[in-house]
Design a protein around this ligand. Structure first.
Ligand SMILES: [Mg+2]
Length: 275
C-alpha cells in the first residue's frame, strides 16, 4: 500500500535553520477543523440524522461494531442528490480550530512537510483546504455513487488485510515522508489511536487524549492549537530539546502494524537532528 509523501523533495527544506527534522500528520475532523464534519452533515442533511448518528456512535464505543462498519453506515445516510449542497455548506460553515492559522504559518515558515490524514471523506475536506489555500497531501476515504440511493465509502488508503479501520492511519504514520524524519501526529479521536501508537511524537485532544492516557502512549495535550504551535516552535528553532525517545507500537494493540512495530528496537526521536 503506497503512501506517497513529499519525501525527498520536501525533507531537505525542513533542514533549513538547523532545527530537528520533523514532519507533521494532521487529523481533520475535530482537529484541524472544530467539528466532526460527517456528523454535522448527517445531522443537517439526513432525516432523523441526529438520532441515527448517535446510535451508530454508541454501538462503536460499546465495541459492537468496528470503525469501518460505523463509518460505512454513517456515509450511507448522506443523500447523494445533495452532494453539491453539502460541499458548499462545508466550505461556508466549517471553521478551523482556534490557533490553526498560526500553526500553519509556523509550518510554512520552517518548510515542515505536512499532510492531512483523515478518517473523513475527501469530498468534504478539499473545499476547506481550498478555502484556506492549503496544498497538503491528503490521505482520506472516498465515495462511490453507483446510481443507487446510497453513497458507498471506499478506502484507497486502507490496510490490505486488516479491516478494523477505513483508512489505515498507522500505515500512513509509519511510511509518510522521508526515512529518518520524526513524525509528529496531531489528532483527537477514535480513528487516531493506532497512528498515535506508531508516530514518534503525539499531540492529543478529546477522546485521543483519554486513549493515550489509558494505553500509556506519551502525548502532549491540547485543545486550541497554541500549545502545539509553541512547542513545535521551540523544537524547530532549537530553543527546546525534542522529547526523549520512546518505544513505538503496542504489543497489546489490535492494530497489526502497531503490534509488529512493538517488536522492533526503539528509534531515537530526532535521530536526524542537525546541529
Ligand atoms: Mg478527528
Amino acid at each position: 500500500m503506497a503512501v506517497p509523501g513529499p519525501s525527498s523533495r520536501a525533507a531537505p527544506e525542513a533542514l533549513r535553520g538547523g532545527g530537528p527534522r520533523l514532519q507533521i500528520l494532521l487529523d481533520f475532523d475535530g482537529t484541524l477543523v472544530e467539528p466532526n464534519v460527517a456528523i454535522v452533515l448527517v445531522e443537517r442533511f439526513c432525516p432523523d440524522g441526529q438520532r441515527v448518528a448517535h446510535e451508530i456512535d454508541q454501538e462503536l464505543h460499546a465495541g459492537h461494531i468496528t470503525l469501518r462498519e460505523a463509518w460505512a453506515r454513517q456515509v450511507a445516510l448522506l443523500p447523494p442528490s445533495r452532494l453539491h449542497e453539502m460541499t458548499d455548506f462545508v466550505a461556508r460553515e466549517v471553521p478551523l480550530r482556534r490557533g490553526a492559522r498560526r500553526l500553519l504559518g509556523l509550518l510554512r515558515e520552517h518548510n515542515v512537510p505536512t499532510a492531512i490524514v483523515s478518517g473523513g471523506l475527501e469530498f468534504f475536506i478539499r473545499p476547506v483546504l481550498a478555502r484556506e489555500g492549503l496544498e497538503y497531501p491528503l490521505f482520506a476515504d472516498g465515495i462511490e455513487y453507483d446510481g443507487e440511493a446510497r453513497l458507498r465509502v471506499v478506502h484507497p488508503y486502507g490496510h490490505p488485510t486488516c479491516r478494523l479501520c477505513g483508512i489505515c492511519k498507522a500505515n500512513v504514520a509509519l511510511r509518510f515522508g522521508a526515512p529518518g524524519v520524526s513524525t509528529v501526529f496531531i489528532g483527537d479521536g477514535s480513528t487516531d489511536k493506532y497512528a498515535a501508537e506508531v508516530a514518534e511524537i503525539v499531540f492529543a485532544r478529546h477522546r485521543l487524549q483519554e486513549y493515550c492516557a489509558r494505553a500509556n502512549v506519551p502525548f502532549f495535550p491540547f485543545d486550541d492549537f497554541d500549545p502545539v504551535t509553541n512547542r513545535l516552535e521551540g523544537w524547530l528553532t532549537g530553543v527546546h530539546p525534542l522529547p526523549p525517545p520512546r518505544s513505538r507500537g503496542l504489543a497489546t494493540s489490535a492494530c497489526p502494524i502497531s503490534q509488529e512495530l512493538s517488536r522492533s528496537p526503539p528509534r531515537d526521536v530526532g535521530q536526524g537532528v542537525v546541529r
